[in-house]
Design a binder for this molecule. Sequence first.
Ligand code: SAM
Ligand code: SF4
Ligand code: SF4
Length: 481
Amino acid sequence: MTAVAEAIAAPYRIGEHHAFYAAGREFLYLVPSGAIFGLEGLSKTIVDLLRHEALPREAIRSRLAGLHPAAEVEAVIEELEFCDVIINGESREKFPALPEPEFPIQRIVLNTTNQCNLACGYCYEYSDDKIAESAGKPKYMSTEVAQAAIDTLFKEAAGRPLLHVTFFGGETLLNFPLMKWAVEYANKKARESGKQVDYSLTTNATLLTEEIVDFLAANRIGVTVSIDGDKELHDRMRVFHSGKGSYDVIAPRIKMLLARHKTNSIGARVTLSSGVRDVRRIYDHLTKELGFQGVGFSPATANPDRLYHIGGQKMDDVFDAFSELAWEYRDFALKGGQHYFTNVNDSIKELHQGISKAYTCGAGLGLLGVSTSGGIAACHRFADSPVAQMGNVLDGGVDHGARRQFLENHHIGARPDCHSCWVRPVCAGGCYHESFIHHGQTAASTLNQCDRVRNWIDLCLRIYGEIAVHNPQFLQRFDEN
Ligand SMILES: C[S@@+](CC[C@H](N)C(=O)[O-])C[C@H]1O[C@@H](n2cnc3c(N)ncnc32)[C@H](O)[C@@H]1O
Ligand code: SF4
Ligand code: SF4
C-alpha cells in the first residue's frame, strides 16, 4: 500500500481536547493548538461516531450513507481534519518548539529602587519569603544603569518595532527623577532608531503628586495602582513602617490620578491574602467608590506556613467570588457593555487569540528584569536574587548561555507533569516565582494549583462560548493584541 493509501485507510480518532458546553451547544477546546471548535450538525455526528471507536474514512462514509450527501460528509471530514479535531496517523507536535536562540526581547522591567516607604505584610521583597539579596547593592538605580538597560533592550530587540519599559520597585516613585530621565533617554533612542517605546508603572500611589501625574499623562504611561480594597481591608496589610494604614494617603491621590490622566489605562491590582479576600466588596469599592475601570486580583504568593497565605477552603471561596464576577462579565458582554474584572478579560482574550504557550509568561523570553545594580533576571521578582540570573547590563549585557539554559529548563516540553494536561496551552506550568516559593525551584510546575487553573479556564471557555454565540461582535476587541 502507498503512503497516501495507508493514510486514507488509517482510522480517525478525536484529537486531544477538552469538551465544554455553552449556549446549548458542545464545543471542543483543542490541545495543543488552543483553537475552539463549535460542534453542530454533521460535525457533531462524526465526532460522536468517533467517540465510540476509531474509524477509517471509508467506514465513516458508509455509516452516514443515505443520511447525509456523500460530498457533504467528505467536506466535513476534511474540515475536521484540517482543524485537528479528528486525526489519523501521527498526532501533530504536542508542544510549541523551543524559541530561536536570538529570540528578541520586547520588554524590560526596571527596578528603580529596592527601597520602600511601605511595609506590606505579604511583600515578597521584604517578607520571610524574600529571595533578593540587596545588602551592599545600590538602593536606587543610577542613570548609568538605566542607560545601559535601555541600550540592552534596543540591542536585544532586533526587528521589533514596538518596545516596552516598565518601572517597578520597591516603591517605584521613590526614584521618580530616574524614571523621568529614562523616559527621555528611551524616547531619544526611539526617535533615532525609528522604533516606538511605550511605558508602564506600578506604584503604591503614596507619592503621586499633580506634577508626577501630569508627567505620566504627557508620556502616555500606563499605571497600575496597588490597592487592596476599602480602608478597612486595605489597611490590614498595606501599611507604613509605623504600622499605620496607607488608605487615607492614597485615596485622594488615586482620585486625582483618575481625573487627570486620560491618555493610557489606569488599573487597580489587588493582592489577596488570608484576611483580605472579600472579592465582591473589594471590586465594588474600587469600581464604584474610586472609579477604576480595570481591577485585577492575585492571591499573595506565600509559603503555606505564612499566616497571610490563602489555603484550602478560603481559596475555594475566592474562586466562587471570581466565578460570580466572571458571570457578571458575561452578562455585560452580552449587552455589549464593559465589565472591569480584568482576570476574566485577560483569559478570554488569550482564548480568543488561540494562544498556545511554550512558557507560562514572558519571563526570560520577551521580558527581562533589571535590578538597581544592573543585574539581569528572568523577571523583576528575581531581581538581585541568586535565582534566574542572566547577566548584567553594565558587564556584557545578556548572558545568552544562561538565558538559553533557562529557556530550555522551563519549556513546556521539559515539564512531564503537564504533558497530558488539557489546559497547558494557557498555563504551561505556572509562575516561576510561585514555584520557587512552594517547591524551591523555578522549573517545578505549580501542581498545587492545577485543579483551580483547569476550573478557571473551563469557566472562561463556557463564558467565551456564550459570548461567541450570542454577541460575537464583542470579541472583535480581542482580534489584535
Ligand atoms: C512588589 S510591588 C512593587 C511596586 C509598588 N511598590 C507597589 O506596591 O505597587 C508590586 C506588586 O506586587 C504585589 N505583591 C507584593 N508581594 C506579593 C506577593 N507575595 N504575592 C503577590 N503579589 C505581591 C504588590 O501588592 C504590588 O501590587
Ligand atoms: S508598597 Fe510595593 S514594594 Fe512596598 S512593601 Fe508594599 S508591595 Fe512591597
Ligand atoms: S501546572 Fe498543572 S494546570 Fe498548569 S499545565 Fe501543568 S499540569 Fe496543567
